[in-house]
Design a protein around this ligand. Structure first.
Ligand code: ADP
Length: 398
């Protein structure tokens, strides 16, 4: 059997596909954006797709059209050997990836209450590819699963116990696929076994989270019940005083309105009043825009505070790792963050930092730094493809 694996990532209005060969090489990728609107756009390997998707195309229609196109371009055999799906929330049910059958599908659906914007649309993708490829193993890979190893003291909020017991209110954590990849890659680059490697992993993209990984296992993370908690993000506030809900009610803002503002109108966008995009923000700051400068300052200060906090979960730190669009590409953010941490003994090599890490190992720390600092490009699709491969020769699910 051809060992091509398909990775499916259904977001609220987008669909991302990636195809990997047996050697874990990316064959091609595709993106459909603004689905269910009149401005649908599709690209294959970054170029406009030769197939025009109909206006208002759904996730299912986009999936079928792009897979047909992969086949027409000779990029994919008639069926892949396995399909990996990104699923946002696995609750406490899923500690690992899972081969999808009717029971697993139902259990993913049961977690929808915890991720109402994500799990239902993830299931749309699962249903569509199960209908198209009923004999191909399909695997769900959860953003939350890697964090199911958190000890109780790290996942339990200081709230009434029955909120957790009856309603599942606890820290779940997200970006697990990326943090897991950091654990693997950091260990590989440091030349030591993952099971004996402890790192702090900073995933800094539009969403941002930080995870303490002790001996390869997630032991604390900054995102919580939802992906709103923790670091400052593009449009999300991260930590705020929950007392602001009541205070803002006296100003006429409902809890729903405040929640929306904290998710979509806050973070870098809220502080700068200009943009959620870090690159643009840096340009604005360079041109003297004070509010953008402040947004960058707050972003780095909060991150540094969390790095310090994450150390309490580790007995040793083998590396601090930066990843995600900002973590991989912004020397300025890495430098400003570490400047807030000189008391802990971090010291940066400016030349290596400018180059996003030394060629051999991605390190940006100076010789006298107390801890190694690594820049590692994330590759969530590859992790999902590898998980799918583990099931590729599993028994026929049909
Ligand atoms: P997502 O979380 O949507 O996958 P990414 O991981 O691609 O997002 O990260 C997007 C962020 O990375 C944006 O804020 C973007 O401005 C930032 N970014 C990308 N390149 C740079 C750069 N050279 N300098 C600063 N920020 C950058």
């Amino acid at each position: 059997m051809d060992d091509t694996r398909l990775v499916v990532n259904c977001g609220s209005s987008s669909l991302k596909l990636a195809l990997f060969d047996a050697q874990d090489r990316l064959i091609t990728s595709a993106l459909a954006e603004r689905l269910n609107s009149c401005n649908v756009r599709a690209t294959i390997s970054g170029k406009d797709s030769p197939v025009a998707l109909p206006s208002e195309a759904s996730h299912t229609q986009a999936l079928e059209a792009l897979i047909d196109e992969f086949r027409a371009l000779g990029l994919m055999p008639s069926a892949p050997s396995a399909i990996g799906h990104r699923v946002v929330h696995g609750g406490e049910t899923f500690r690992h990836s899972a081969l999808i059958d009717d029971a697993v599908r139902e259990a993913i659906d049961a977690c929808s209450g915890l991720a109402p914007l994500h799990n239902p649309v993830n299931l749309t993708g699962i249903d569509a590819t199960r209908a198209m490829f009923p004999r191909v193993p399909q695997v769900a890979v959860f953003d939350t699963a890697f964090h199911q190893t958190l000890p109780r003291k790290a996942f339990h909020y200081a709230v009434p116990e029955y909120w957790y017991r009856d309603w599942g209110v606890r820290r779940y954590g997200f970006h697990g696929t990326s943090h897991k990849y950091m654990a693997q890659e950091a260990a590989r680059r440091l030349g030591q076994p993952q099971s004996n490697t402890s790192i702090i992993s900073c995933h800094l993209g539009n969403g941002c989270s930080i995870t303490a990984i002790r001996n390869g296992i997630s032991v604390d993370t900054s995102m919580g019940l939802t992906p709103l908690e923790g670091l400052v993000m593009g449009t999300r506030s991260g930590d705020v005083d929950p007392g602001l809900f009541d205070y803002l009610a006296t100003k006429g803002l409902s809890a729903k309105r405040v929640n929306k503002a904290l998710n979509s109108e806050s973070g870098l966008l809220g502080i700068s009043g200009q943009t959620n995009d870090m690159r643009t923000l840096c340009d604005l700051a360079d041109n003297g825009h004070e509010a953008s400068n402040l947004a960058i300052d707050i972003f780095c200060f909060r991150l540094a505070k969390y790095i310090g906090g994450m150390m309490t979960s580790l007995s040793r730190l083998d590396a601090l790792v930066f990843t995600g669009g900002i973590g991989e590409n912004s020397p300025r953010i890495r430098q400003m963050t570490l400047e807030n941490l000189t008391i802990l003994g971090f010291s940066i090599d400016h030349e290596a930092n400018k180059n996003h890490g030394r060629q051999a190992d991605g390190r940006v720390d100076e010789k006298n730094s107390r801890f190694p600092v690594l820049v590692i490009p994330t590759n969530e699709e590859l992790v999902i493809a590898r998980e799918a491969a583990r099931f590729a020769h599993a028994p026929d699910p049909a």
